[in-house]
Design a protein around this ligand. Structure first.
Ligand SMILES: NC(=O)c1ccc[n+]([C@@H]2O[C@H](COP(=O)([O-])OP(=O)(O)OC[C@H]3O[C@@H](n4cnc5c(N)ncnc54)[C@H](O)[C@@H]3O)[C@@H](O)[C@H]2O)c1
Length: 260
């Protein structure tokens, strides 16, 4: 059963890495707007927690424990989503790991971050797109970053993967336009999620202090970190029919960070 009311009524959405942070906020916002949501996180407890929160709020969701770096796991995700909700209309490729290293990164560290942040995004598209074709079209939103475009100290590994997202988004958009599938990315600035909070706490900064700190909130024109829902709202826009002529776009949602 899919809901009959809301901007995404009748739509089936898969959110990878939906167990916390931006993915959790995105899953919740889609459900509030009537979508049936599959929370596809590697961490079973986190994914099930978000699906339960959505159900308790009256929305439709289920968790499918998924490792996006594992092709068989993605195939099982697609099969279970289709069995539960009848198809897939929207894919949010949000799962990522934060292996933050400079040139000293080991081969294992490179493989770990490339497997999830790059190959995981490719595999999700590879196996979801055939289901979108059966529905006559769809939308994919990938998670890029300001790190797709700028240099940051000791971020060689992470920024390589986020730079790849910008180009994968453009190339996928070109290949999938004939299938009526739009592909875009949102590129957040610094968002107050677990990785940012733990890096701030290491420096003794709480949220208010981090918002004032040049390494966190102060570097944005809007002088604070973003809340996850502010990224989720941009993701929903790009996935919606309101963005029907937008594809191959890497949309900055960065409080003016890159422009300054
Ligand atoms: N937080 C930020 O400041 C920020 C800024 C720009 C871009 N982003 C991007 O936004 C996205 C979400 O970031 P976040 O801060 O919410 O991250 P997060 O670490 O809070 O959440 C990521 C989720 O992905 C899951 N995950 C990790 N590896 C997985 C895998 N192999 N398969 C399935 N799930 C997996 C984790 O279990 C976790 O629940 C990422 O793509 C990140 O690069 C974040």
């Amino acid at each position: 059963m899919v809901a009959s009311r809301g901007r995404f009524a009748g739509k089936v959405v898969v959110v990878t890495g939906g167990g916390q942070g931006i993915g959790r906020a995105t899953a919740q916002r889609f459900a509030e707007e009537g979508a049936a949501v599959v929370v596809a996180d590697r961490d079973a407890a986190l994914g099930q927690g978000v699906a339960a929160e959505i159900q308790q709020a009256g929305g439709q969701a289920r968790a499918v424990t998924t490792d996006v770096a594992d092709e068989a796991s993605i195939q099982a995700l697609v099969a279970q989503t289709v069995a539960a909700f009848g198809g897939i209309d929207i894919l949010i490729s949000n799962a990522a790991v934060f292996v933050l290293r400079g040139i000293e990164a080991t081969v294992d560290e490179w493989r770990q971050i490339l497997d999830v942040n790059v190959i995981g995004v490719a595999l999700a598209a590879k196996h979801v797109v055939p289901e979108m074709r059966k529905r006559g079209g769809g939308a994919i939103v990938n998670l890029g970053s300001i790190s797709s475009f700028i240099a940051q100290p000791q971020f060689v590994t992470y920024n390589a993967t986020k730079g790849a997202i910008a180009q994968m988004t453009r190339c996928m958009a070109m290949d999938l336009a004939p299938d009526n599938i739009r592909v875009n990315a949102v590129c957040p600035g610094t968002v107050w999620t677990q990785i940012v909070e733990s890096r701030a706490r290491e420096r003794g900064l709480d949220r208010a202090a981090a918002d004032r700190d040049p390494d966190f909130g102060r570097s944005h024109m809007i002088e604070r970190c973003a809340d996850p829902v502010e990224i989720a709202n941009a993701i929903l826009f790009l996935a919606s029919d309101e963005a029907s002529f937008i594809t191959a776009e890497n949309l900055m949602v960065d409080g003016g960070y890159v422009a300054r």
